[in-house]
Design a protein around this ligand. Structure first.
Ligand code: HEC
Ligand code: HEC
Length: 316
């Protein structure tokens, strides 16, 4: 009996150490002086992006960075171990980005999330908010070896997971029909709505997933965001949701849930609207200056007609 108990304790310790290594965590101590202040400021912005005085005017939805770059067991934004972790992110930059067709800095990559996932405006590189977020995210990789990425601007912990899963889900979703949409809706109501609301509107600390609030403000990411692409959305959700139960959804379940979620209203994306006027925006490090997306075009990318998928109910 005693031996058995010890084995269980040992197994638990090993599992615990195993997961915490995988999860990674922020360094135990903040740096001193001005650097430490910037790390703390960046951390605060990642937690409160849509209300923080330095970023609220740049955000066009009700999300924070930590809505998708989840907190880990240390309670810090971006240290969760699912896809989207910021542990290791700074070791990959400068990195090539296929979307912008240029080599990007960490600030470039961060600021692009404002136009898409945050449905807002791209902060100007080297402004206090931009520098602070990059400082915090860099601190999370303290002590890790450099691992520049010639293919994707993301953490070595995310790079392969995005590539592998995006392929897997694209294959499944290209075959989607209205029946998959109905299946996705049922699963959403059973597994997601208790936190995110029946109509994806969100509740308190649980962020919304689609649509507008009573004042007409968009609640969630726009159609230029990673999560708005059916396959990437499914990859992220399978890895991270339901909250605390990552990796519990089967492939077909995650695929159908995001088919349902991404077929709901999300703001159109127009790159030019996400950029300040030329004389204000500083240098925009991209060769691609025109890019637009809608719910319709995002479905078309997978050979799908969103009206047929929804059962011919027009949206918008
Ligand atoms: C709605 C979800 C969402 C929100 C909110 C969001 N992001 Fe992201 N972010 C993503 C997704 C998805 C990717 C990967 C997309 C891809 O590679 O196509 C990503 C990638 C990144 C990366 C590349 C890092 C890596 O290792 O993968 C950085 C840096 C980043 N985001 C910073 C931010 C910051 C800073 C904020 C807040 C201002 C933010 N993001 C808000 C979804 C989000
Ligand atoms: C127990 C509550 C809970 C459940 C159940 C849950 N989520 Fe979440 N979800 C959250 C929280 C909380 C966050 C944001 C994390 C944070 O802010 O720290 C989140 C974030 C998200 C995001 C990114 C942010 C956004 O609003 O776009 C998506 C997408 C998402 N969840 C989808 C789902 C889906 C799909 C399901 C069902 C499979 C699900 N969630 C189930 C609590 C939950």
């Amino acid at each position: 009996m005693k031996v058995k108990k010890m084995n269980i304790a040992l197994a638990m310790t090993v599992t615990f150490i195993g997961t915490s290594l995988l999860a990674g965590s922020a360094p135990k101590e903040y740096p001193g002086g001005e650097l430490g202040k910037m790390v703390k400021l960046g951390e605060a912005i990642l937690n409160t992006t849509d209300t923080h005085p330095l970023t609220k005017n740049l955000v066009g939805d009700k999300l924070q960075c930590k809505s998708c770059h989840l907190k880990g067991s240390d309670g810090k934004p971006g240290t969760g171990d699912g896809i989207g972790t910021f542990i290791g992110t700074a070791t990959a930059f400068p990195a090539y980005s296929k979307r912008e067709k240029t080599v990007q800095s960490l600030q470039d990559r961060i600021n692009n999330c404002f136009m898409r996932s945050m449905n807002g405006k791209r902060p100007i590189v080297d402004t206090k908010a931009s520098m602070a977020m990059a400082t915090y995210i860099t601190w999370l990789s303290q002590g890790m070896p450099m691992k520049m990425d010639a293919k994707r601007p993301c953490s070595p912990k995310n790079s392969n997971r995005w590539a592998k899963n995006a392929k897997k889900f694209a294959k499944i979703q290209r075959k989607a029909t209205h029946a998959n949409y109905v299946h996705g809706q049922k699963l959403f109501e059973a597994k997601c709505a208790m936190c995110h609301g029946q109509n994806g509107e969100g509740m308190g600390a649980f962020p919304g997933l689609w649509g507008k609030d009573a004042k007409g403000k968009w609640i969630a990411y726009n159609t230029g965001a990673g999560l708005s692409k059916l396959n990437k959305g499914a990859a992220w959700v399978q890895s991270n949701m339901p909250l605390g139960q990552g990796n519990s959804l089967k492939d077909q379940e995650a695929a159908d849930i995001m088919l349902y979620v991404d077929a709901q209203p999300h703001a159109d994306f127009n790159l030019q609207k996400g950029l300040f006027p030329r004389d204000k925006m500083g240098y925009y490090n991209s060769k691609v200056l025109k890019e637009t997306h809608s719910v319709r075009s995002n479905f078309k990318q997978f050979g799908l007609n969103v009206d047929t998928i929804r059962g011919d109910k027009k949206i918008k």
